[in-house]
Design a protein around this ligand. Structure first.
Ligand SMILES: Nc1ncnc2c1ncn2[C@@H]1O[C@H](COP(=O)(O)OP(=O)(O)OP(=O)(O)O)[C@@H](O)[C@H]1O
Ligand SMILES: [Mg+2]
Length: 416
């Protein structure tokens, strides 16, 4: 199955916005002959955080290094502002990079490290002091200014590395998994700090991560890459609610979208002995065909006295309950065949298909429902779930492209 997105997705939705960094059909073939990036059209709007996300090896760092000038571009162009920088030196691009593996000057204090770039640029002492103090404050490094890197924890060093880029006030930040060495708690607080900092400084940022949760929380806009091909670039909301294809649908959202083969006809969708009427506004109305149906775990709820009586209900036997406190994940079989290996590959990275998905004895589909953590349920229980069918997703069984009925206001491929 091809990983190529619909043709008109190559130019993304930000096309109308004032871009600061743009890739115009830029691509990359490494000397080994390996094509790491197909020609990519991507406009990264001014003052936004655009996140590049995708599985390991999909070309995120390659794209970022091309924007930074650390990796020559094969064809196409890269612009920063109104300048064509395709062949410009990294130092002439007015960008600051933060890598996962950064190096601090070991013989300089935190203050010295933060101010080093400004000193090289002959920024006067008062301005230097002010900017270092401000960045140290934002990053919580105030107490550490006189310490040397050797005496700092990994997370503290990472913040100094980030501070060193921020203090320069460049036209754009390019960040490659800058938070990957942090523990979970620090990670959440650093993400929040980054967002705050971005709100304050408004500097265009390109941020690379393989973590979809990080992408969704940080990104004003998120570009999903797979095997060197841009799949979709849009706001987190649009990626979640209107994924362009099966891969984006399965990649974005946790727990992942449930997928099952289903038939749509006469305004109804049926699978596993269930028949669900599509509500009037459903974008799937008007389809008349076999599809891969996508159901978000969050569109289920445990049916109770206050549940909308109009919602379709399913009686299920719960195999596994994952209790996470505020919410629980119920895993249950649905009496429909598992989607084909081909379709699984369209949704997931081939090397990431876990054997459990394809080789489990139970050939039926497994669904996950996310319910309120207060709902009392144990493995083996039978429960009734209500399904909000307004946001069901449908994909072509062969290509994985999102499908919408003719009646739908917005066609699935309208990502361009
Ligand atoms: N110098 C190189 N020569 C040949 N192939 C390379 C080179 N650098 C990267 N690649 C290949 O290009 C592809 C994209 O690499 P890239 O580093 O951009 O991936 P990534 O999306 O950043 O992945 P990760 O999440 O693991 O960092 C990979 O398959 C990688 O093996
Ligand atoms: Mg990388």
């Amino acid at each position: 199955m091809s990983t190529a997105p619909a043709e008109n997705q190559v130019e993304n939705q930000a096309a109308g916005l004032d871009p600061l960094v743009s890739f115009e059909g830029a691509d990359k073939v490494y000397n080994s002959g390996f094509r790491a990036l197909d020609p990519i059209g991507l406009r990264l709007p001014r003052a936004e955080i655009t996140v590049l996300v995708g599985p390991s090896g999909c070309g995120k760092s390659t794209s970022l290094r091309m924007a930074a000038g650390l990796e020559p571009v094969d064809s196409g162009r890269i612009r920063i502002g109104d300048r064509d920088v395709t062949h410009a030196d990294p130092k002439d691009r007015d960008i600051a990079m933060v890598f996962q593996n950064y190096a601090l000057y070991p013989h300089l204090t935190v203050r010295g490290n933060l101010g080093f770039g400004l000193r090289m640029r002959r920024v006067d002492k008062a301005a230097r002091k002010r900017r270092v103090a401000e960045v140290a404050d934002v990053l919580g490094l105030g107490e550490l200014l006189e310490r040397r890197p050797g005496t700092l924890s990994g997370g503290q060093r990472q913040r100094v590395a980030m501070g060193r880029a921020i203090v320069r006030e460049p036209a754009a930040f390019l960040m490659d998994e800058p938070l990957s060495n942090l523990d979970a708690k620090l990670l959440v607080s650093m993400r929040a700090q980054l967002t705050k900092l971005h709100d304050r400084l408004g500097i265009t940022t390109v941020y690379v991560t393989h973590d979809q949760v990080e992408a969704m929380t940080l990104g004003t806009r998120v570009a999903v890459l797979r095997d060197g091909v841009l799949q979709q670039c849009d706001t987190p909301q649009a990626l979640f609610h209107r994924p362009a294809n099966l891969f984006v649908a399965a990649f974005i959202g946790s727990p992942a979208m449930n997928l099952v083969e289903a038939d749509i006809a006469g305004g109804e969708v049926s699978f596993g002995g269930l028949r669900i009427a599509l509500p009037p506004g459903s974008p799937l109305r008007g389809l008349d065909r076999r599809v891969i149906l996508g159901v978000r775990p969050t569109d289920f709820e445990a049916a109770g006295p206050v549940t909308d009586p109009g919602l379709p209900r399913l009686r299920v036997k719960v195999d596994v309950v994952e209790k996470l406190g505020s919410e629980s994940h119920l895993i249950f079989p649905v009496d429909a065949p598992r989607i084909s290996a081909e379709a699984v590959r369209a949704a997931h990275d081939s090397e990431e298909i876990d054997d459990g998905v394809l080789l489990a004895d139970d050939a039926r589909s497994q669904f996950t429902a996310r319910v309120d953590g207060r709902f009392r349920v144990n493995a083996g229980d039978e429960v009734t779930l209500a399904l909000d069918a307004t946001e069901l997703h449908a994909f072509d069984c062969e290509t994985g492209v999102a499908l919408r009925g003719r009646a739908a206001a917005q066609p699935a491929a309208a990502v361009a």
